[in-house]
Design a protein around this ligand. Structure first.
Ligand code: SF4
Length: 242
């Protein structure tokens, strides 16, 4: 049966069928079904490194993009360049229309410290939504055991917030599987992970964590925030669009 319209229901069925598939099979399905209309999003974390390695083997011409908030760590930009050289990939930089200077003039200095939700909306969520507007599908590196909001993520699913198909090929992988893949293939990764930063985002909102702590507890520490808003659950997405 050829499916011409993707729905939450038929994607859920497909996700169940993929549950025991290797991530490369899910990536291949995405490439075969969407071609130029699919794009891989990366924040250059270890999961993204794995996905970029797999994409480099099956479709090195696939669009790979990152959200440049102007506030990423220098080590993150260096890893981007190293991955481009090692894996032969090209990256698309997706950027907010607001410079940091204009944001400070309109919303006040250091918005991230006073209203991180608005800062993420301006520097991540809005640019992402605009970028995905003409795409048919996107690929993310989220894993189910990272946060409560990601626990129900499908391997493929309907992204109600952005109105397109979303692939999460590593949703059922563990952190150990990710790091084993990186070690097995001698892939580069951000050196800050060895310096107490298991999860990396913008430098003003990312702090080192103690050994054994929740890996994402260094993100927006003390601000009661765990997600930037680009990975909404279906319920949150419906509320957002209401
Ligand atoms: Fe702003 Fe922090 Fe969100 Fe980056 S992570 S966009 S600095 S609030």
């Amino acid at each position: 049966m050829v499916i011409t319209k993707w729905t939450p229901e038929n994607l859920r069925t497909l996700s169940d069928q993929f549950e025991h598939s290797h991530p490369v099979e899910i990536l291949r399905w995405g490439w075969e079904n969407f071609g130029d209309g699919i794009a891989l999003a990366t924040g250059f974390g270890p999961e993204g490194v794995v996905l970029m390695h797999l994409v480099s083997q099956i479709a090195p011409e696939m669009t790979i993009f990152y959200l440049d908030t102007d506030l990423l760590f220098e080590e993150t930009y260096a890893l981007r360049d190293e991955l481009a050289n090692r894996l032969g990939l090209r990256f698309t930089r997706v950027h907010s229309r607001l410079s940091l200077e204009t944001q400070a003039a309109q919303y006040g200095p250091e918005l991230w410290a006073r209203d991180p939700d608005q800062c993420c909306q301006l520097r991540k969520v809005n640019p992402l939504r605009q970028y995905l507007a003409d795409k048919g599908a996107w690929i993310t590196a989220i894993r189910r055991d990272q946060t409560q909001t990601r626990a129900a993520a499908g391997l493929v699913e309907w992204d109600a917030a952005n109105q397109l198909v979303k692939l999460n090929p590593l949703a059922n992988w563990t952190s150990r599987q990710v790091w084993t893949h990186i070690a097995n293939y001698h892939l580069p990764y951000n050196p800050l992970h060895d310096a107490g930063y298991p999860s990396l985002g913008c430098w003003p909102c990312t702090h080192p964590v103690a050994a054994g702590a929740d890996p994402r507890s260094g993100r927006w520490a003390g601000l009661g925030k765990t997600e930037c808003g680009i990975h909404l659950s279906p319920l949150e997405a419906r509320k957002n669009r209401a």
